[in-house]
Design a protein around this ligand. Sequence first.
Ligand SMILES: Cc1ncc(COP(=O)(O)O)c(C=O)c1O
Length: 389
Amino acid sequence: MLRGAAASFADTGVPLHPPSRILSAVPVPLFDTHTPLEPLRAEILARINDVVDDSRFILGPNVAAFEQEFAAYVGAEHAVGVANGTDAITIALRAMGVGPGDEVVVPSFTFYASAEAIPPTGATPVFCDIDLETFCVTADTVRAALTPRTKAVLAVHLFGNIAPVAEIEALGVPVLEDAAQAAGSTSAAGRPGSLGTAATFSFFPSKNLGAFGDGGAVTTSDQAIADRLRMLRFHGSWDKITYEHIGYNSRLDELQAAILRVELPHLDGWAGGRRAAGEHYVDAGLGELVALPVAVAGCAPAWHLYVVRDSAPDELVAALEAAGIGQKAYYRTPVHRQPAMAAYGAGVELPATEEAARTHLAIPMSAVLSPEQAAEVTDAVRRARRLAA
Ligand SMILES: Cc1ncc(COP(=O)(O)O)c(C=O)c1O
């Protein structure tokens, strides 16, 4: 069993440990994208073969079909495939009319790309705080960052949770959902991708719906925004003859679209697996040892990352590492304190963001995380607590 565990850790980049350490009895990598895709391997290879035979590699029939299927899945009128989730944000903001002189409210506790995508539009990122338990922005944290120049709010559905879009829209500002981490999540109001003026997705390989390279999409039910999205991703042109905007070369690749079409029908099943994995941690008693992530009211998150909080996260890191269990602190330095954001982040005070940055730790999560694996992780945390006591 330990040999298998070691091989699996090597595959997932988790370092091997000397035999004196207490390795977990079952391998527990930080994430597992391989196992859920294995049953689809033959079908994916066949669809890749079809694209090679067809030779329409850019904006071919698979991109068009995936756009329709993905729009229908999220419950929006349109989906527009782009090159990645970062471009998706820049292009979506521009399609929503954001430009120089405008401000876009964005959380600082998120992946750097959420904020990085704003300055290329000419607008200024204005950082807001989050709710510590859900890791998402709220109407209150957004309100504190609004000014007369606010043109949009980028509501990040962090870790698979769903930010309260309707409550933020009620403040009178359009919302762009950053749903990069929330494909497969659901809420009483609908799926991410159908809640705001527009929404952006990433199909980075480790995401809930992951391609075999980079990929992204923007969804919207606004026809005018969809038209601008289609032009902006294609050099600001409909036909590569007349150029109406300074645009981008940012298309979802035909091969990636073919792969995503095979995967999409399985997304709900994988999302169920991610939700069940969260339950396994609850059942194993992890909530008695550390603070577990809390779902936003009315939301059923397909946990992309399972992020706990603890006042001494380094103790947990040491214990999990010693057991050969994957873990990672993703956002120890929040975005507003990153060097490249100095012009926008100086003097900004975000207490919940700082607390989340200091205390968070992602522990293993995947669509196939078993009760035994959740118990291994929980036991390792319990051992750490006993040692510290
Ligand atoms: C919250 C969030 N926004 C945006 C992005 C950017 O997506 P991509 O890596 O596809 O550019 C990511 C991806 O990691 C993300 O997690």
